[in-house]
Design a protein around this ligand. Sequence first.
Ligand code: ADP
Ligand code: ZN
Ligand code: ZN
Length: 720
Amino acid sequence: MLARVAIDLALDRLFDYEVPDGLKKKLAVGQLLLVPFGRREARGFAMEILPDGAESEYDLKPVKSIVDETPFFTSNLLELARSIASYTASPIESALRTAVPAAVLRPGAKPRELVFVEPALAAGDVSVTKRQQWLYEQIVRLGGGWMQQLCRELKTTPSTIRELGVKGLVTVKLRERRRDPLVGRRVLPSRPLPLNDGQRAALDAVLSSDRPVLLHGVTGSGKTEVYLQAIAAVLERGRGAIVMVPEIALTPQTVQRFVSRFGDCVAVLHSALSDGERYDEWHRIRGGKARVVIGPRSAVFAPVRDLGLIVVDEEHETSYKQDETPRYNARDVAVMRGAIEGARVILGSATPSLESWANVSRGKYVLASMPARAGAGTPPRTLVVDMDVPDNRGRIFSKELLDALRLRLDRGEQSILFLNRRGWARSVRCEDCGHVLECPDCSVPYTYHRADSCCRCHVCGGWIPVPSECPECRSRRLDYRGIGTQRAEEALSKCLPRARILRMDADSTSRRNSHDDILGAFRRHEADVLLGTQMIAKGLDFPNVTLVGVLNADSSLSMPDFRAAERTFQLLAQVSGRAGRAELPGDAIIQTYNCSSPVILAAAKGDFAAFAAEELADRKEAWYPPFCHLSAVLMSSKDPKLVADWAGMYSKSLSKIKGLTVGEAVPCALEKAEGRYRWQIVVRSASAGAAVRAWKWLVGVRPPPPALRVAIDVDAISLV
Ligand code: ADP
Ligand code: ZN
Ligand code: ZN
């Protein structure tokens, strides 16, 4: 008997081992094994088990041991990992590693048992049980990163802790208790709502069709209620469900809607979970205790038993695409997994991706439409405000928007303002020589942050104190250009001194839970205006909000990407969907310098079908997705000449291959990041596989030198 093992070294091949007699009965596909590897030992997953008599050309070493007898992967999940590896041209190990949380695989990870050191009490006179109790409480209190925090609180260093650890290592077996991410929140049970006709038709489509259902429903049309009732139907048949939502929409409010319907059998996977919480949730799912899983992209791999349904909410969201190896799109993986497991799939959105929209006309997906709002609430009236008139030019807030904000203040209603840029000013520029301060490692201008008086790079996070003079010409006339959320906040408090403003962006939400704190305060009407970046653009449901303003609709239109129009439409539709969610009617105000742009006009009307028809006609003519597959070959190096030369050579070689339309090698829009020069080649082909095969062949015959990093991003979603 042979075991074929994937070892986590990104070698992109499997290794065969002999199975010793003692392990033959226990060994199963999907288990984590310990195997000899060179002079060391390595851990790897059993991918295949071949019966006696299977020949091998090598002298095989035996499997050392089975790390965990319960397989980490079902055979369905192994098949999924294989499909992802081959579709995205990634090593199988990287697909496997992506599919299991690192916290679960960490050597020594065990449920409800922690091994740690307690420095202050190690030499003390407290009894062991008391000490255990104390430590247990500290860990529960501090969660992930408790070691560093404990160091800080007790004013000691990790090395002291490590030293003490030799003597004072304590193993604590904790009481059976789940570290529940929703702990301390009261969730009231909810009952299914009677469905309206659109919802009923959508639910019927989901339950009767074995093709994925694209649920196109405007914001507030009640898509979530359809998801909830589809899940209920699946649970009734004894099966489980996965609900994927974009990370930033994974708010306690969202989670509570599911917990209030399904109670304890809901598990939440969340990037803010501590390792312990993640570990617990994963095991609750694998053990079958949790049957409904909510989470971002990675939830698509949750080991739900007998999976019956996968919901992908906001299916057009780019955050479903992973931007490192394996570069998978979780929406497409959901469709793959649905096919493998025989599970229903719902892709929901108010602004579907054009890929999914086209899959409806191709007969791959079934369309269910919900064009009207479900409960109370009328669609917002949208006003496009021309900023290119003398009254408004150069201002952050148009007269129209200020009037509308004042009206809300007078009526005791709330407003949301959207600006896709954090920080205070976009850039710092010398008025005398025109020099713009840039990050030396990335080719992007620094953003000025006034609160801590520094210039910060939004790509690598590096920063410098604000210089008092221009580094080029020593002029002291530095000008802060463009608007970030901090500057807008300041300007607004000058224009409307009585408005209470909350700001929400990556800078104001870096603490754990600060997200919830801000949204909670806004919900309790402790502020009149919520001003923020794309964090506030979707998923939030505030009944008292009757005005939404988009401060600058042009920034996304000018992106150097063939999807710029699609992104702009999505953004405007999502943002304006925030207004008028309950009884009160709402207004959306879009400020732009491109008043006559067809995208902005279609978005203002909320007419997705019209926008899609026009945009698809353009894409078809130019042969862009969804009419072809577009992949990006990405190359980077610290040596600018090396990467330019190789990119040119690769582009030339690829363009000789039949069936591919290959672009010139060009520097990426973000030319330099973290000290590396970046180039790309855009490859279009009728099938994704054609591009992958060509690329694999090419790196086989012309392997890149060690100083050059290369990768292919199949179905690339962003070309920056
Ligand atoms: P979406 O997810 O499409 O944006 P939601 O599911 O959040 O929409 O629903 C919007 C509002 O409509 C919610 O307050 C919800 O409770 C309400 N709602 C949904 N379905 C119904 C229904 N059938 N009858 C009455 N109200 C509904
Ligand atoms: Zn200067
Ligand atoms: Zn940088």
